[in-house]
Design a protein. Structure first.
Length: 381
């Protein structure tokens, strides 16, 4: 046990405690912002869509790059911990899909809401939790965001409702959160995410119908990474135009590998919902580099050449890096120095989740819930 805890401590320290590299950037004048052309979205029941040009400031670009790099490195560390048998059970990694979680967050407000499926580590991070809290949760430590009791699929933060393990079951919950926003008169939206593998679930279509009837401020988002577990979308769905699946709900198909496309589409969708027009559906075309989960090598239903082609031509981090360097928003040297930065600074080494979780904590929590239930006036005697 001591050896295992020491290994966890070393890995977590390497991710979230390593001091930021000092980068000596040669004296030069960087541009404050730059304008980029982005891919036009495919539209359904919409006369106009998101803009096809967007402005990226140097400050935003550096922040997006840092966040995507941090998510990538966090997932690779999770892979390492799983192979060392320090993380156990289910573990679904999102490397390759960083533009989705970072781009969606860039397009909404902190007071907006988000609920997703089990590939949730990146969203947990962008919603405000630290790398240390996430990896501590993955390794079952008390410092985790759910005290080490939720694991990979059940992480939560303010205005972030998981991380849900049942395929598609989070979608009706997302519609319910949007209903609460409307009922309480708040200018908020709920991003309700699911994958292409869940897109054929009946409960999703029921949620579509209720959201449209009640004009709920719900953005339904299908993360289409081409494979539901080991089945390609073409073999699982009669129609792979997921952005049209809402039928009576407007939709748009977005390049999910381009953070600027995702950001602009999210801003457009959020403005649509806030205007009282009801729900909207987004399909993010993206790709995962790992298999479905850590138990899936990911090469029995696709080739290594396919994965490498996506990495070389469409990697979201490299796309942003090339844009920034070519537009004089940053230098290669500066971006190299930002790879290991984390957005939560000042964490102390003794804090987090490196201590062994006491077995009694689970029992104590259960006993506390039972005691509170028994103390209620209407409790059965």
């Amino acid at each position: 046990m001591r050896k295992m805890l020491a290994a966890v401590s070393r890995v977590l320290s390497g991710v979230s405690q390593k001091p930021a590299s000092r980068v000596l950037v040669a004296s030069r004048n960087f541009a404050n912002d730059a304008t980029f052309e982005i891919k036009k979205c495919d539209l359904h029941r919409l006369e106009e869509g998101p803009p096809v040009t967007t402005v990226l400031t140097r400050e935003d670009g550096l922040r997006y790059y840092r966040m995507m790099q941090t998510v990538r490195r966090m997932e690779l560390k999770a892979d390492q911990l799983y192979k060392q048998k320090i993380i156990r059970g289910f573990c679904h990694l999102c490397d390759g899909q960083e533009a989705c979680c970072v781009g969606l967050e860039a397009g909404i407000n902190p007071t907006d809401h988000l609920i997703t499926a089990y590939r949730a580590h990146g969203f947990t991070f962008t919603r405000g939790l630290s790398v240390r809290e996430i990896l501590a949760e993955l390794t079952g430590r008390r410092g985790g965001c759910a005290k080490g009791k939720g694991g990979s699929m059940h992480m939560y933060a303010k205005n972030f409702y998981g991380g849900n393990g049942i395929v598609g079951a989070q979608v009706p919950l997302g519609a319910g959160i949007a209903l609460a926003c409307k009922y309480n008169g708040k200018d908020e939206v709920c991003l309700t995410l699911y994958g292409d593998g869940a897109a054929n679930q009946g409960q999703i279509f029921e949620a579509y119908n209720m959201a449209a009837l009640w004009k709920l401020p719900c953005i339904f988002i299908c993360e289409n990474n081409r494979y539901g577990m080991g089945t390609s979308v073409e073999r699982a769905a009669a129609s792979t135009d997921y952005y049209k699946r809402g039928d009576f709900i407007p939709g748009l198909r977005v390049d999910g590998m381009d953070i600027l496309c995702v950001r602009e589409a999210t801003r457009f969708a959020a403005a649509y919902c806030r205007s009282g027009k009801g729900p909207i559906l987004m399909e993010l075309q993206t790709y995962r580099y790992h298999g479905h989960s850590m138990s899936d090598p990911g090469v029995s239903y696709r080739t290594r050449e396919e994965i490498q082609e996506v990495r070389s031509k469409s990697d979201p981090i490299m796309l942003l890096k090339d844009r920034m360097v070519n537009s004089n928003l940053a230098s290669v040297e500066e971006l190299k120095g930002r790879k290991l930065l984390t957005p939560v600074a000042g964490e102390r080494r003794e804090e987090g989740g490196l201590k062994q979780r006491e077995p009694s904590t689970v029992l104590n929590a259960s006993q506390a819930l039972v005691s509170r239930a028994q103390d209620r006036p209407d409790a059965p005697r």
